[in-house]
Design a protein around this ligand. Structure first.
Ligand code: ADP
Length: 466
């Protein structure tokens, strides 16, 4: 069942319950309620008269009470003689006129222990119901007199009929208003939900530009925010997946072709020639290493670019860290004739992800080693500046042409003139760029043809800006 149907049902039920309550209260209980309140009111009048009894303006008080409440009053002394009387009901009164039940009432009051008598009586002749109330007047313990009140109890029949008509109108009105409110409310509640459902369907069909608009109330705003978040995550995963598929299919093809070709060569040609076979096997091993490196780089770059990896910030001494890194290079690179010169500045604490920044430095040093000149020198510098620590990696190689500088940080860019023996995936600088962007660190390169290049980045002070 739809939200609108549920709400309509709820409001109709509410209207029916309210109407039923009104009918019961107004029609069934009206008579009893009227009688009870009339008795209470008459008792109050009696109490006020008892209070005023004996005061100077008692006479005047009786007249005003009698007229304003349309009640006949009879005050007798202890002998039963009439002391005061007010007649506003003429012959309808049970105390005066033809009925005059005064004596009978007085006897009843005297025999009644609690000094009070009250009853209603219906006079068929007059077609009227009246209420009689009598109380004994005391002075201390002694009986001082008697007070009797008589008032008409109006018939409630005609009032009930009028009320019935009114109640029919009220019931119809309640139902109509209930349905109108239900329709309005259900629209108000359901329109944003329907809108979000439509957007969610579009998202399910792969439209990651769907906008999730909230509505007039908080819950639907929360839902819109959650769906937007889910969309961002899905889109991230989706683009990562697309990227991966594209990159993997593009970049794995070449090494795989090589692997297959050399494996076939071993099978068909060099299998029996140990020298050639070993040479071919070495190519297979090198290509496999390259493949592993490539797959790792592809995965890492995808994760970095999609925000799956977040920097784990730590404060550490960058000078000590760089000394460690250079020390690790020394053994391997110096065997191959490379000289890595580290020029540190004063020891400095920096705040960033140490593992990722180490990767940046290593990638830059790897490139410098790969592309440096005949002198095989690489210079690594730490420069403390007011903005932060600037790290520079300089080589003495061929340098990079002006028009290529823009491209070297792009994915899979490898300049055509790089040496074939230089092992690389074309992803090293893209990973550097992704890490530095994630840290919001500035970076750059300056290069002169024939002189070499300087790659640099700035580890921004945590309080300052780079
Ligand atoms: P890879 O080094 O694996 O080819 P990179 O992303 O690290 O991939 O570098 C992209 C390209 O930028 C390299 O192929 C090279 O042409 C150029 N490059 C990077 N570093 C240097 C450097 N120090 N000197 C000259 N060219 C460089």
């Amino acid at each position: 069942m739809s939200l609108r149907a549920w709400l309509c049902m709820a409001f109709i039920l509410f209207a029916v319950i309210v109407s039923a309550l009104l009918w019961v209260l107004e029609i069934v209980l009206l008579q009893g309620f009227y009688y009870t309140s009339k008795i209470k009111e008459t008792q109050k009048i009696a109490a006020s008269i008892v209070n005023q009894y004996g005061s100077d303006n008692f006479d005047q008080f009786l007249t005003s009470v009698s007229v304003s409440n349309q009640v006949c009053i009879e005050v007798l002394d202890e002998q039963g003689r009439v002391r005061y009387e007010r007649d506003v009901m003429n012959d309808k009164c049970l105390l005066h006129g033809p009925h005059n039940y005064l004596n009978a009432l007085m006897i009843k009051l005297q025999t009644n222990g609690d000094g009070m008598v009250s009853f209603s009586s219906y006079d068929e002749h007059l077609g009227l119901e009246t209420l009689v109330l009598g109380v004994t007047l005391y002075k201390g313990q002694e009986v001082q007199g008697y007070l009797f009140l008589n008032t008409v109890l109006e018939p409630v029949g005609s009032a009930v009929n009028i009320l019935k008509e009114l109640l029919i109108m009220v019931t119809v009105l309640l139902l109509v208003i209930g349905v109108l409110i239900a329709v309005y409310l259900s629209d108000w509640l359901s329109v944003p939900i329907v809108r979000l459902t439509r957007s969610a369907r579009r998202l399910a069909h792969g439209d990651f530009n769907t906008r999730f608009v909230g509505g007039s109330y908080r819950e639907v705003d929360d839902l819109a925010r959650s769906l937007t978040y889910a969309e961002q995550q899905l889109s991230r995963v989706d683009s990562m997946q697309r990227d991966l598929i594209a990159n993997v299919s593009h970049d794995l093809r070449t090494p795989l072709t090589m692997l297959k070709a050399y494996a076939e060569m071993i099978r068909d040609l060099s299998g029996d020639n140990p020298v050639k076979r070993n040479a071919h096997l070495q190519v297979i091993i090198d290509e496999t290493d390259r493949l592993t490196m490539l797959v790792n780089d592809i995965l890492d770059l995808s994760k970095l670019e999609n925000g799956s990896i977040k920097p784990e910030m730590q404060t550490f001494d960058i000078t000590a860290r760089m000394q460690d890194i250079i020390a690790r290079y020394k053994g391997v690179s110096e065997k191959m004739g490379y000289h890595i010169h580290f020029q540190p500045d004063e020891p400095m604490q920096v705040t960033c992800d140490p593992a990722q920044i180490e990767r940046v430095i290593c990638n830059l040093i790897n490139n410098a080693i790969n592309y440096t000149g005949e002198d095989k020198n690489v210079y690594v510098r730490q420069l403390n500046t007011p903005e932060g620590v600037r790290i520079e990696v300089q080589d003495t190689g061929h340098g990079i042409e002006e028009d290529k500088i823009q491209k070297i940080f792009d994915k899979y860019y490898r300049s055509e003139n790089h040496k074939r023996e230089v092992v690389g995936t074309g992803l090293g600088l893209s990973i550097v760029k992704a890490i530095l962007k994630m840290h919001e660190f500035h970076y750059g390169v300056s290069s002169k043809i024939g002189e070499g290049s300087v790659f640099w980045f700035l580890i921004r002070n945590s309080s300052g800006s780079s």
